[in-house]
Design a protein around this ligand. Structure first.
Ligand code: SF4
Length: 179
């Protein structure tokens, strides 16, 4: 999306402020595509406002909007433990790649109720725990971020940092990744 005018940015700011009342964090946000809309808006803002967003009201709105997801950078071993403790696993294209089809494929692992939601939405397929672990090992050179969806760390993403919401927030001085 190409943002050319101040009013475009104002419009997005109003959207972010209203979304702040209902921050991203639920399975429904993933299944409905709301999460994608938010990522798309965030990238439009990154393209429009260069440099730090830390002292910018819209930056604070973005931080508020992702805080419930509690993104955490994890090691492969930590992620394997999460997979082993899960009841159900599914694999699907990392969520934001729908917006950036020109980027290399990495596939996320979704756990438990999020796995069910993503499979029912046609966005993932059920796999065994061994296959989920194999998938994580396949992409282990990518930084792995785990997000909390509907109160549970259940989205395991081998990120593509150039087009990742969280890494780009950090690039704009919005510290959002727990380490
Ligand atoms: S790369 Fe980042 S923004 Fe994209 S799905 Fe993974 S964690 Fe989310």
């Amino acid at each position: 999306m190409d943002i050319k005018t101040i009013s475009d940015i104002d419009h997005m700011y109003v959207r972010f402020k209203s979304d702040r009342r209902n921050p991203l964090a639920t399975i429904q946000d993933y299944v409905s595509g709301r999460v994608l809309e938010q990522i798309q808006q965030a990238f439009a803002i990154f393209h429009s406002i260069g440099g730090s967003l830390n002292n910018h009201e819209i930056g604070q709105a973005m931080l508020k909007n992702v805080q419930k997801l509690e993104p955490r950078k994890m090691t492969v071993n930590e992620v394997i433990k999460l997979i082993q403790a899960a009841k159900q696993c599914a694999i699907g294209e990392r969520v934001c790649r729908a917006l950036h089809k020109d980027t290399p494929l990495t596939e996320s692992v979704f756990l438990d109720e999020l796995a069910t939601g993503m499979v029912e939405a046609g966005k993932a397929k059920y796999v065994s725990k061994a296959e989920a672990i194999e998938n994580i090992k396949k992409y282990q050179k990518k930084p792995i971020i785990v997000s909390k969806v509907s109160e549970k760390h259940s989205e395991i993403c081998p990120t593509w940092p150039k087009k990742c919401l969280y890494w780009n927030m950090e690039k704009h001085k919005l510290k959002c990744i727990n380490r």
